[in-house]
Design a protein around this ligand. Structure first.
Ligand SMILES: [Zn+2]
Length: 478
């Protein structure tokens, strides 16, 4: 941080575009200039945490100038003109731009825009799976923002009584983002959820997901085997799409014909023929899959297994040598065979086709700036001792500081378990044994439940015991 004296000039508009209006007002930060590398801002007091926060949200080098808070507030009114001076529509457009800018800066996955009382609405950002209040939209502004989103997402603005889906593109700082919009009727008004779809250049490599090295090695080996059938299981929001795309990234090789059927396509990947399911047009998962199979694919990604036809086609495809990755709603890897059987899978076919099930959750990682040392429960120690991952003196807990918006957490990491289907397990699947019976066999072959993987991250101080217990239980290790 260096201090410099600078007179506000035309570059101030560029500077103001980097800092949202709400943040500038809340933190008393006045953007002054941006020279292409460094952003100069006026602040009332020299505060390292604040500067770090500005650096994080703008991702620019920050220079500060001291200025009395009263002068900062007066100048902010000029830099971000007051609402009353603009007409209603352009205010709605400006507000929506600010909401998107804030969502992108904070790496939010979703934006929730929902009605409150007296025609007002609120905006919340889903950051690492937790909703954070962003702003309140007064009366008319809420309705105008909702209708603007619907226009941009090509939704029917005259219809507010039935759920709708749409898609829009948001440009920010020279980058463009695909956003999926959905609306549902709520008490005569509408609630919108805007989800940022993944960009393929941001899809992590498998190595970056946080798998333990032996789990990663076994998973990669299974993925690359011809005719492998790998299922990524977990509830909504567990990060299974990211793992599926990271797996596809691994399989994406120039000479292979890699195809996918998805609903919706969450991430467009160059070099992969992706088909979007469109029920209205008759393009269901089975219809799209049968069409793709006629084109002789080497690798196939099926967005989700959720009906008998799709499951049956998937198993047959793998038995003919096509490598398959798919996702499934199931609590853990041990429940994958039972869940597929419920969906109508023939047990014998399933036993001979299923290669591996991986299950996962995303746990929040502790803010490095403010985490504090702590001790863990006797249960953690007991399970840890049994599996050789006992939480050590490095165990930490959340505290909270400005850098993490006082949540104590920043970012997330995956916790995993994998179930490899070896001959003993395949025989048990064919006999229709329960998840508990499968577990006994799997344990003998090296299966370790997710709680054990999670304790590894507690031991290293990356996350806290309280955080992992939001997702997994010690009973799973017994
Ligand atoms: Zn913190």
């Amino acid at each position: 941080m260096t201090e410099s004296s600078i007179t506000p000039d035309v570059t101030q508009q560029t500077a103001a575009a980097l800092v949202s209006r709400s943040f500038a007002y809340d933190a008393d930060v006045l953007p002054l200039a941006y020279d292409g590398t460094a952003l100069t801002v006026a602040v009332a007091t020299q505060n390292g945490e604040l500067v770090e926060r500005i650096r994080q949200i703008t991702r620019k080098e920050i220079r500060t100038v001291a200025m009395p808070v009263r002068e900062i507030r007066d100048a902010l009114k000029l830099v971000y003109p007051a609402a009353t001076t603009r007409d209603a529509d352009s205010l709605a457009a400006q507000t929506l731009d600010e909401i998107f800018a804030e969502a992108i800066r904070t790496y939010a996955s979703d934006v929730h825009i929902e009605p409150m009382v007296d025609r007002a609405g609120r905006v919340r950002l889903d950051i690492d799976g937790v909703l954070h209040h962003d702003r309140t939209l007064d009366g008319g502004l809420f309705e105008r923002v909702v209708s603007l989103v619907k226009v941009r997402a090509s939704m029917n603005t005259g219809e507010s009584r039935v759920p709708q889906d749409g898609r829009l593109c948001v440009t920010f700082d020279g980058r463009s983002f695909d956003v999926r919009a959905s609306s549902i009727p709520v008490g005569g008004l509408e609630k919108l959820v805007l989800r940022f779809l993944q960009r393929f250049d941001l899809v992590p490599d498998l190595e970056q997901l946080g798998m333990a090295s032996d789990v990663l090695a076994r998973y990669q080996r299974a993925l690359r085997r011809p005719g492998s059938f790998c299922v990524v299981a977990g509830p909504t929001g567990s990060g299974k799409s990211t793992t599926a795309y990271a797996s596809l990234q691994t399989l994406r090789i120039d000479r292979a014909n890699v195809c996918s059927v998805e609903e919706p396509i969450e991430c467009r990947m160059p070099g992969i023929a992706q088909i979007a399911v469109n029920e209205k047009a008759g393009v269901t998962f089975p219809v799209a899959l049968r069409a793709l199979l006629r084109q002789n694919p080497h690798q196939l990604f099926i967005g989700e297994l959720r009906d008998a036809d799709t499951v049956s086609i998937a198993m047959q495809a793998s038995l003919t040598g096509i490598s398959l990755v798919t996702t499934l709603h199931a609590r853990d890897a041990l429940r994958v065979p039972a869940r597929l059987a419920e969906l109508g899978a023939n047990r014998a076919t399933l036993a001979s086709s299923l290669t591996l099930a991986v299950s996962q959750r995303l746990v929040r990682t502790l803010c490095r700036r403010c985490k504090i040392k702590t001790s863990v429960s006797s249960q953690a120690l007991a399970v840890g001792r049994r599996y050789g991952c006992a939480p050590s003196a490095d165990a930490c807990d959340a505290h909270g500081c400005e850098a993490c918006a006082f949540s104590g957490f920043q970012g997330r990491i995956g916790i995993f378990e994998i179930l490899e289907v070896k001959p003993d397990l395949a025989a048990a699947i064919e006999r229709g044994e329960t998840p508990a019976q499968l577990r006994t066999i799997a344990f003998a072959a090296g299966y370790r439940p997710m709680i054990v993987d999670a304790l590894r991250h507690v031991a290293s101080g990356a996350t806290s015991e309280g955080e992992i217990l939001r997702h997994v239980a010690y009973e799973d290790a017994e």
